[in-house]
Write a protein that binds this ligand. Structure first.
Ligand SMILES: [Zn+2]
Length: 114
């Protein structure tokens, strides 16, 4: 089913609103414009700046608890802005998020041998 012009304009406006808020939040936490991954594991030779794959990371890793309060995605970006960009966050790409997550899992299994 095709969207009407009004629906398309509404979807475009929604997309723009989310895109510009995400850009603002990511620029703030990366201290770069365009925003980039903090690259904590040296994964990137060049700054990684694809906004579609950038995320906000809870540096001290209590994400699951906090996310219940803060929400995900757009709701989370609204929460950060509303709370005047609190500390404790950094910008990571999804690759670096997964590496960090797996390192955390392995750290809880000190006898694990791979
Ligand atoms: Zn990265």
């Amino acid at each position: 089913m095709e969207s009407s012009d009004a629906e398309m304009r509404y979807k475009e406006a929604q997309f723009k609103k989310r895109y510009y808020l995400k850009m603002e939040v990511m620029c703030f936490y990366s201290q770069h414009d365009p925003p980039q991954c903090a690259n904590p594991f040296g994964e990137h030779q060049l700054p990684y700046t694809n906004l579609d794959a950038l995320t906000i990371d809870h540096i001290d890793d209590d994400g699951a608890e906090r996310r219940a309060e803060e929400g995900h995605g757009y709701r989370f970006y609204c929460w950060l802005k509303k709370h005047h960009y609190p500390g404790g966050y950094q910008v990571l790409c999804w690759n670096c998020q997964w590496i960090k997550r797996n390192q955390g899992l392995r750290a809880n299994l000190p006898n694990l041998q791979l």
